[in-house]
Design a protein around this ligand. Structure first.
Ligand SMILES: *Cc1c(COP(=O)(O)O)cnc(C)c1O
Length: 467
């Protein structure tokens, strides 16, 4: 399997290069030259597989011969051994008077949010490739909350890897901040930026665009632009489908996906393009509704970032959106470049009526306010005794009129107990990874939102003798 850029400026590369490159050298996102098709027979056979075995099957055509199958199987086993639930991503049926709803619980990993599903695998993949092929990697990433800790837990203590994670100072929840800054391994570098998440993401992208700096410091990405992350996330769509349908390919399922960077919902889109019988993919956003407005109007227009109760989705420029544009525009890189140039120049891009029709058949979308989020947490707790995290509540509210929609439960509610308390007057009991966080020592640097400051900080940290 070879990978090309959504902007057309990267010579086709293999799986290993695509994973190590992260962002395409032309500024675009890497996508497979051709998507593998999964037939009915395969779907049926996969339906009864445990998560790890299924992951191996889903990953194999994308990895090709870049990693021997036995090694890949071991990587997958190791990655999901860190999950506390034996099903890894269990489907939880929560009964209520109206018949109940299904939640796909993605938060049983070491940091209690869904990003562990991808980042436990990516960390082990990096380690395996660096050990096998030699070399070092310095990971640079921005987080609006959950990515950072999940990335840190993916690579903490791994030789040959350093990780630098930027977060917007004071704009991630105290628990999220502590989950990152309490990791004291020498290869972990936390940076609090005085600015927004978009500032952080912009700084990271600017450094990656400096190809000389990137090469000199062996920079790599773990943000949701990394192809391996998307891939790992497609697995649980297949898994949920298998669990619910038993392999009956006549049954199509719908998913509601709390969305920020368009990573998780893009993984669902990918699974559907590969042949998984998915009916409706519901994009559920908070008041940062750029994606919802796009589905409604065909215009993708940046607005100010609003601080909400679901901070992991306080994003205006959704970095994986470009991958969808690529497919929407019939895999034509020059058309992608044209629209992105509009976006760069004017802060907005628009698709024509024909394309908009396609967008609307690909996705439903709804924007959910903080008040609605709280009401959903309260309602679900009162009717079923099940506590939703605010992101999951956004998904549940967005799909409230179609209760057979599976809601992706993206974080454990105890990660967002301020919102939970506001909604139901009590807190969710913390799972093991979230206990005692406030009592642990922390380490974190603080920087202004300037690429000059970031560059200087990285150079200083990387100049230290290897530990
Ligand atoms: C990251 C995150 C999201 C949004 O996922 P994207 O892939 O950025 O769309 C939703 N909920 C939680 C809890 C998250 O951490």
């Amino acid at each position: 399997m070879r990978y090309i850029s959504t902007r057309g400026g990267v010579q086709p590369v293999g799986f290993v290069e695509a994973v190590m490159m992260g962002l395409g050298t032309d500024g675009g996102l890497l996508v497979p030259e051709r998507l593998p098709a999964v037939g009915a027979e395969q779907l049926c056979a996969w339906a009864s597989l445990p998560f790890q075995a299924l992951a191996l099957e889903v990953l194999t055509p994308f990895v090709g011969d870049a990693i021997p199958r036995d090694d890949l199987a071991q990587l997958v086993q190791r990655s999901y051994a860190s999950f506390s639930h034996q099903e890894v991503t269990p489907l939880r049926r929560v009964p209520d008077a109206a018949g109940g709803r299904s939640y796909l619980e993605l938060f049983h990993g070491p940091t209690a949010a869904f990003k562990d599903v991808a980042l436990q695998l990516l960390g082990n993949l990096f380690e395996y490739l660096l050990e096998r092929d030699g070399g070092r990697l310095n990971i640079l990433g921005a987080t609006s909350g959950d990515t950072g800790s999940a990335a840190i837990y993916g690579v903490r203590g791994k030789p040959r890897i350093d990780i630098f994670i930027l977060h917007p100072k004071g704009r991630v929840s105290p628990v999220q901040e502590r989950q990152m800054t309490t990791v004291l391994d020498a290869n972990v570098h936390n940076i609090a930026v005085r600015g927004t998440f978009d500032d952080c993401q912009y700084l990271v992208k600017a450094l990656f665009r400096d190809l000389d700096f990137k090469r000199r410091h062996q920079l790599g990405a773990v943000n949701s632009i990394n192809w391996a992350r998307i891939l790992a996330q497609t697995v649980y769509y297949f898994y949920a489908w298998g669990r619910l349908t038993g392999g009956d390919t006549a049954r199509r399922l719908s998913f509601a996906v709390p969305t920020g960077n368009f990573g998780d919902v893009f993984a669902g889109y990918l699974a559907r393009r590969m042949g998984l019988p998915i009916d409706r993919l519901m994009i559920a956003t908070n008041q940062n509704d750029i994606l919802t407005r796009f589905v409604e109007t065909g215009v993708y227009a940046k607005a100010q970032v609003i601080h909400t109760l679901s901070p992991a989705m306080d994003i205006q420029v959704a970095s994986n959106f470009e991958r969808y544009l690529y497919y929407l525009l019939d895999e034509d890189p020059s058309a992608v470049r044209g629209l992105l140039a509009d976006l760069e120049r004017t802060g907005r891009l628009a698709v024509d009526a024909g394309r908009l029709g396609q967008v609307r058949s690909d996705f439903g979308a709804a924007a959910v306010s903080d008040a609605e989020t709280l009401a959903q947490i309260r309602d679900t707790f009162e009717t079923c005794g099940y506590i939703l995290c605010p992101h999951t509540a956004v998904g549940a509210y967005a799909s409230r009129h179609t209760p057979d929609t599976i809601v992706l439960a993206t974080a454990h509610p105890a990660k967002f107990n301020a919102a939970v308390r506001e909604a139901i007057g009590r807190e969710a009991p913390p799972p093991a990874p979230l206990q005692d966080l406030m009592d642990k020592p922390v380490r974190c640097a603080e920087l202004e939102a300037s690429s000059k400051a970031l560059r200087a900080h990285l150079e200083q940290q990387l100049a230290r003798p290897a530990g």
